[in-house]
Design a protein around this ligand. Structure first.
Ligand code: ATP
Ligand code: MG
Length: 377
């Protein structure tokens, strides 16, 4: 996919802006609070979903509630480079409309699934340094992107888990009847939990290999990024998506072992909902030892790996939006990101004007108070 142009009217602090993009690198630079992230959000809205999940009415410039937000993006799909497509996003009086080539899209999620892009926002650093739920959400997001049934498997699992946890909540310790009901729920939990785990690990090695490769490119070859799926049900034993029965047996066994504990704790203490991913740099746990720049490099490497996985599964090369990715990175790493991610169209925002010094190609805009100015030369 190639984004050719964008027009923005009445969007947050951007009154009016028109862009014709470079097919490779597009940089937006300016001080804090000038409109860089707002622009990224405008692009993501046109592609089906804002990463900020704004409330109705928040997108109009302050004090202009009667006005209309209007965004228009033109792009081509890689297999039809001559056919330009247009998406318009308008919002007035809290009602939004999304049109694809003039046709109204009722389900923005469909658009989001069809258009391929990868976005890095500073909150993504929590994939590496945040709590395990961030990593589970991430791996579930990637798994579903590659295989669209993953979310429904996750839904089934969470539903079964909720039912069982309700019984646990309302039972007393050593309650025989509750124990029997729980045991029967455990079968459903193990079956659906195996589906979730297999969905996650099916493409995990591919993601980890690509992330390590990009991490090496960003950081130099003497640093190796390792990733491991840490399961609460397997006690460190090997397991694979190609042996669901073996995994089911381990799951059942672990649930039996923890039955007393969960009756005491009143929730299910092991399972796919408690699994985690560990990152290692040269075999040292990144959570404990990685520097800010290394954490950022891991998050960026993951995003580039995600983009590569999309390429392997579809005809369309995703565009990459990197919001505020360069801070905390040194010159070598910044230069790699700006100049060497050349198999994708990228959009980068940065506060740091010196980022441009080493900038070899593409287009660069300065932004001040919502006004974007293309730098000449
Ligand atoms: P940073 O480098 O700090 O990330 P940024 O350039 O990415 O800054 P943005 O997040 O794009 O900054 O926000 C720019 C400004 O837009 C902020 O001052 C914000 O308060 C303002 N803003 C947000 N929503 C609206 C709105 N609806 N109307 C007017 N201004 C808004
Ligand atoms: Mg920002």
């Amino acid at each position: 996919m190639l984004i050719k142009s964008l027009t923005v009217r009445n969007f947050r602090n951007i009154a009016s802006a028109d862009f014709i993009f470079d097919p490779k690198v597009n940089i937006f630079t300016g001080n804090n609070a000038q409109g860089k992230t707002n622009l990224c959000e405008a692009v993501s809205l046109c592609l089906g979903k804002s990463f900020r999940n704004p409330k109705a009415g928040e997108l109009l410039p302050f004090g202009q509630s009667g006005n209309e937000v209007a965004l228009e993006i033109c792009f081509t799909f890689d297999n039809m480079p001559d056919k330009e497509n247009t998406i318009t996003y308008t919002q007035k009086n809290s009602t939004f409309r999304l049109k694809f080539n003039g046709m109204e899209m009722k389900d923005a999620e469909k658009l989001y699934g069809a258009l391929r892009y990868v976005i890095f926002i500073p909150e993504d650093l929590y994939i590496v340094k945040g709590d395990p739920s961030k990593r589970r959400d991430y791996i579930d997001f990637v798994s579903n992107m590659i295989n669209r049934v993953h979310n429904s498997k996750l839904y089934e699992y969470n539903k079964a888990l909720r039912q069982k946890n309700n019984i646990l909540m309302n039972s007393r310790e050593w309650d025989g009847a509750a124990a029997m009901m729980i045991d029967s729920w455990n079968d459903t939990i193990a079956r659906t939990g195996v589906n979730v785990m297999c969905g996650r690990i099916r493409y995990f090695d591919m993601l980890a290999d690509a992330a390590n490769r990009y991490y090496g490119m960003i950081n130099g070859a003497n640093e190796v990024l390792g990733m491991k799926y840490e399961s609460t049900v397997t006690d460190g034993r090997d397991f694979g998506y190609d042996d669901p029965m073996g995994l089911y047996e381990m799951y059942r066994e672990k649930l039996r072992e923890t039955a007393e504990k969960e009756l005491r704790m009143k929730y299910t203490v092991v399972g796919a909902h408690r699994d985690d991913i560990s990152f290692f740099i040269n075999n040292m746990p990144a959570k404990d030892f990685a520097s800010q720049g290394q954490i950022r490099s891991i998050a960026v490497a993951l995003k580039l790996a995600e983009a590569e996985m999309i390429c392997s599964k579809s005809d369309d090369v995703p565009v990459i939006i990197l919001d505020d990715v360069l801070s905390e990175l040194d010159e070598y790493r910044r230069s790699f990101i700006i100049n060497h991610i050349d198999n994708f169209q990228i959009f980068i925002t940065s506060c740091n004007l010196s980022d441009t010094e080493k900038f070899g190609h593409g287009k660069i805009w300065n932004v001040q108070n919502g006004k974007f100015e293309l730098r000449e030369g």
